[in-house]
Design a protein around this ligand. Structure first.
Ligand code: SAH
Length: 261
């Protein structure tokens, strides 16, 4: 028996209904699958039952990676590395389906990295990822709601987001202290062509810095007091950050890029 490592967020999924729900989000038959943080292989087993063409797994824990190699031999390709170091764009020769029950901080970090790095062509067909429930609610939030914020705007830019299920701590071993949610993401064919994702990151950071205050200050900070874009984007300075739709933020980023390029 391996002792689960807290530092690597090792909470293994043991609930068979949940595991089944995860692999049934999308048909993987004859597809290339990437699983991130496979752990002891609980989800990997379910994936393999669905007859994918190839399975790659990325596992940071050396001990678990060795065990996976022995357990599955040539059924899967084990990459013993930190997912944050991997350049997915060059790893695959076709679009992949990604599954991940990762430590929660890594889920958010990797999602942000992927969104920033997506070029005109997506390297994945879908992402099925686990998050802390509160974070999932923020990612999937609509504007004019209290959960709406930076994460919602950034994630919605290039991805269509669906919440699949909430998952209780008792579905994992050891039990985490928090509830989880599974999100399903697919690429958006047409997304706003913001040239540098850093500009959208900057605008959302400045606007959502003070969630309760009106947007006058952040707007003027970004546009140096130039009020031309208010009418064009049908907004006014008395609104609060959560009252602006995702599209409005993408348009603000586009206008900002025009000014600064
Ligand atoms: N998916 C498995 C394991 C979940 S636990 C299951 O549901 O049972 C999270 C897994 O992610 C652990 O195996 C842990 O070692 C791995 N992990 C943690 N940080 C990682 C990182 N940065 N890159 C790759 N794997 C990571």
């Amino acid at each position: 028996m391996i002792k689960p490592k807290k530092s690597l967020g090792q909470n293994f999924l043991i609930d068979h209904n949940v595991l089944k729900t995860i692999v049934e989000c999308i048909d993987v038959r004859n597809k290339t699958v990437l699983e991130i943080g496979p752990g002891t292989g609980n989800l990997t087993n379910y994936i393999l039952e669905k007859n994918p063409k190839k399975v790659f797994v990325i596992e940071k824990d050396n001990e678990l990676a060795e065990k996976l190699k022995l357990k599955y031999s040539n059924l899967i390709n084990v990459i013993n590395n930190d997912v944050l170091n991997i350049d997915e764009n060059s790893l695959f020769d076709e679009k992949v389906i990604v599954f991940g029950n990762l430590p929660y901080n890594i889920s958010t970090e990797i999602l942000s990295k992927w969104i920033a790095n997506i070029g005109s062509d997506f390297w994945f067909e879908a992402l099925v990822l686990m998050f802390q429930k509160e974070v999932a609610n923020r990612i999937a939030a609509n504007f004019n709601t209290s959960n709406y914020g930076r994460l919602s705007v950034l994630a919605n830019w290039k991805l269509k987001i669906n919440k699949i299920i909430d998952i209780k701590p008792s579905s994992f071993k050891p039990k985490p202290k928090i509830d989880s949610s599974l999100l399903f993401f697919t690429p958006k064919k047409n997304f706003y062509k913001i040239k540098d994702s850093k500009n959208l990151e900057k605008i959302t950071r400045i606007f959502f810095n003070n969630r309760r205050k009106m947007i006058k200050k952040p707007y003027n900070q970004i546009f140096n007091g130039d009020l031309r874009f208010l009418e064009k984007l049908k907004i006014n300075l008395n609104l609060r950050p959560q009252n602006l739709s995702c599209e409005t933020y993408y348009k603000l980023a586009e206008e900002y890029e025009k000014l600064t390029s």
